[in-house]
Design a protein around this ligand. Structure first.
Ligand code: HEM
Length: 417
């Protein structure tokens, strides 16, 4: 049963959603984006925002930034906080993410830096080299099984189980239920857009609780029997002090939820774009060494995380507007990645684009994605193995989209060899 507080919160969210509909009907572009109406292709919507200048003032109270230069400036400036300090006033419909209380995304800067230093060794080049061998094995095994079916679902048979297996092993989880984990990813990813029903609230709370229990048990196991995994590493006393279990469990949850849904979306978005641009797919097939370039251009052209929210701690000026402290900014990464000022012919999907890597798909500044080297390696392997083994890959049905605005990806992509 939902608690009274949850019901109140859900009622408020319904009310807010109804407000979004009204604003969307009156032409508010951010409301239209949040209502999922344009998910198949949000890019024309971003262009309409851009036509109004680099800072689009939305009736939701938020300011959407479409300029690459301005997004970068905000992301690198400590005067803009990730954490919402006044949740009632500042929390927009999209900022109640899965990365709950004990994760370092919520911590203030000094703790945040400490946490980044702690998890960084798991993503160093030597480690990524080790994960790469395992990722290749898993990719081949998944493809063997998928190809044996004839037609298969690129998302559920390949792009989703691949990063789920890799991140679980990195954390020290073995024999996981891949489908159950895909469900956790779906539930927590959807919550980033806001909880919109009591049912969703319960589903989300259940997923977080189950993950908590799973990681608490893992921490106990690793305390008794350390292994060569990140949890065992985090359990080692740091400067003579042990980390509280709550923080370790929070970190595991964050890495798990941040670490596979996004990568699944990167691989599926990339394959869809490559197949929509057959000449680009042919290029990859004739030279699989282009796989990292294909991943990079896909991160630019169709990023798995479409926006990130920041709150101004001080008054500031942007795009000719004076904005007060407390202003909420929606940094539209999907728009910044197609900024005409930075990218030549930005709506062209082109594997040979020399500056694709200037995208903001992994952000910039203090919160730059810690998992970026892992995500890049996994996408490289996934695309390379696919191009080498299934050069004649074809779409056999319509893709199904995830019903989310912040995270952009596919639920299904029917393909055949
Ligand atoms: C294509 C795949 C990925 C994309 C597009 C992506 C994107 C992002 C973005 C945009 C952020 C910043 C969020 C914000 O501040 O609003 C972020 C942060 C983060 N990501 Fe990723 N990510 C990906 C893969 C991964 C992987 C594989 C992991 C770990 C296994 C990971 C772990 C994290 C963590 C821990 C943070 C928080 C960093 C901080 O706050 O300092 N991500 N990611």
């Amino acid at each position: 049963m939902p608690t009274a507080a949850e019901l109140r919160r859900t009622a408020k969210l319904h009310y807010r959603r109804a407000g979004l509909w009204t604003k969307a009907r009156r032409g508010d572009l951010v409301s239209q984006l949040m209502l999922h109406e344009r998910l198949a292709d949000p890019y024309p919507l971003y262009e309409r925002m851009r036509e109004r200048g680099p800072v689009y003032r939305s009736r939701t109270g938020m300011y959407a930034i479409t300029s690459h230069e301005l997004c970068t400036r905000v992301l690198r400036d400590p005067a803009f906080a990730r954490r919402n300090e006044e949740p009632q006033r500042l929390t927009p419909p999209g900022d109640q993410g899965p990365t709950a209380d004990s994760s370092f995304l919520q911590e203030e800067v000094s703790d945040h830096m400490r946490w980044r230093r702690l998890v960084a060794p798991a993503f160093r080049p030597r480690k990524i080299g080790e994960y790469r061998r395992r990722t290749e094995e898993v990719a081949h095994r998944l493809l063997d099984a998928a190809l044996a079916k004839g037609e298969f679902d690129l998302v559920n048979d390949y792009a989703s189980p691949l990063p789920i297996t890799v991140i679980s092993e990195l954390l020290g989880l073995s024999d996981i239920d891949v489908e159950q984990f895909a469900h956790y990813g779906f539930v927590t990813g959807k919550a980033i857009d806001g909880i919109r029903s009591t049912r969703q609230a319960v589903e989300f709370r259940t997923a977080v609780r189950e993950l908590d229990a799973l990681f608490a048990a893992l921490v106990r196991r690793r305390r008794a029997e350390p292994g060569d995994d990140l949890v065992s590493e985090l359990l080692r006393p740091q400067g003579g002090q042990e980390l509280p279990e709550r923080e370790i469990v929070g970190t595991c949850q964050l890495l798990l939820t941040a670490g596979f849904e996004t990568t699944t979306n990167l691989v599926s978005n990339a394959v869809l774009r490559l197949k929509e641009h057959p000449a680009q797919w042919d290029k990859l097939v004739s030279d699989p060494e282009l796989a990292p370039a294909a991943a990079e251009e896909s991160l630019r052209y169709d990023p798995p995380v479409q926006y990130s929210i920041r709150a101004a701690r001080e008054d500031f000026e942007a795009g000719g507007e004076k904005l007060p402290s407390g202003t909420i900014l929606m940094l539209v990464l999907g728009a910044a990645n197609r900024d005409h000022e930075v990218f030549d012919d930005p709506h062209r999907f082109d594997l040979t684009r020399p500056d694709a890597g200037s995208h903001l798909a992994f952000l910039s500044g203090a919160h730059y994605c810690v998992g970026a080297p892992l995500a890049r390696m996994e996408a490289d392997v996934a695309l390379r193995v696919l191009a080498e083994r299934v050069p004649g890959l074809r779409l056999t049905g319509d893709p199904g989209r995830r019903p989310t605005a912040a995270l952009r990806g596919l639920l299904h992509l029917p393909v055949g060899a």
